[in-house]
Design a protein around this ligand. Structure first.
Ligand SMILES: [Fe+2]
Length: 293
């Protein structure tokens, strides 16, 4: 399986201060040194960073970073992409240094999302210190969490991630005109979920990213903080049908949501069978406000 995790997300934003407050006071990430261009880097575990925010005049995704285990995997993927007619560039050493990786390639997925696939992420042994007293984040080999967005042709896009990047099918949820495909690349139930254009949501904009904490109480404490600070709630506390995540969703300054959760299911490929669900929730998760701008 070539891709082993979603390693990082590089964002640009016109709302750096609001983002910083949200990530420190609500999420509990750790702010590390600022980049020369004012980019802020946030760590959640032993990696140099998992999220970066570059000051800009607009909201957007600069890159989704996917990890492969070896340089040979990176080269094989690069050749497979080129053979499929995908334009691939090898990143310059200074760009690799900004991401905290040894080598990486850049290309776009079929819908134009900017992807980076890298090898060897920089580990920071200085110890992770949560800005808020969260016990820790469920990242490590499971990666940043999961990313969810809408696609003009969800099945063609999912096929790219399966056939080219090596993701495996977890399951489907179809409800009220929504058609969602869940994909995994390590035991985390899904690292990507791709949806059709539904409920007025647009392609080309993230719907949400999921960040998982190690203790259910930290979800509850964040739920209190979000409501005390009047951060826009997107979905109330609830539990998902397929990955069993207990979570809630709140809006970021870029418009998309953060799902803040605990207790996600882990997949064993030896015994997993693909299922189809008719609802995304077991309980809760009532929509409060739309997640997109
Ligand atoms: Fe999610």
């Amino acid at each position: 399986m070539p891709v082993t995790q979603v390693g990082y997300l590089a964002l640009r934003t016109a709302h750096l201060d609001e983002w910083c407050t949200l990530l420190l006071d609500v999420v509990g990430a750790q702010l590390r040194d600022e980049g020369e261009d004012g980019t802020l880097y946030f760590r959640f575990d032993d990696r140099h960073h998992r999220l970066s925010l570059r000051p800009a005049d607009e909201e957007g995704v600069d890159a989704m970073g996917f990890e492969v285990a070896t340089a040979a995997e990176l080269e094989a993927l690069s050749a497979r992409l080129a053979a499929g007619g995908v334009a691939v560039t090898e990143a310059a050493p200074e760009d690799c240094a900004l991401r905290g990786v040894d080598r990486m390639i850049r290309f776009a997925d079929p819908d134009g999302w900017p992807l980076e696939v890298y090898v060897h992420s920089l580990i920071d042994e200085s110890g992770f210190h949560a800005a808020r007293g969260v016990k820790g984040f469920n990242m490590g080999r499971l990666g940043l969490g999961h990313l969810v967005w809408c696609c003009p042709n969800v099945h063609a896009s999912a096929k790219f991630y399966q056939d080219v990047l090596g993701f495996k099918l977890s399951d489907y949820i179809r409800w009220d005109g929504a058609d969602a495909t869940f994909l995994h690349c390590n035991p985390r139930h899904h690292s990507l979920a791709l949806m059709n254009e539904c409920f007025g949501m647009k392609s080309g904009v993230l719907h949400h990213i999921m960040i998982e904490v190690a203790d259910l109480d930290d979800v509850g404490r964040a739920y209190d903080i979000v409501q005390q600070r009047k951060v826009p709630l997107v979905m109330t506390l609830g539990r998902h049908s397929n990955d069993h995540m207990t979570s809630f969703y709140f809006k970021t300054p870029s418009g998309f949501a953060i799902e803040y959760g605990w207790g996600g299911l882990l997949i064993d490929d030896e015994t997993w069978d693909v299922k189809s669900y008719g609802s995304p929730k077991i309980w809760g998760h009532d929509l409060v406000t739309e997640a997109q701008p």
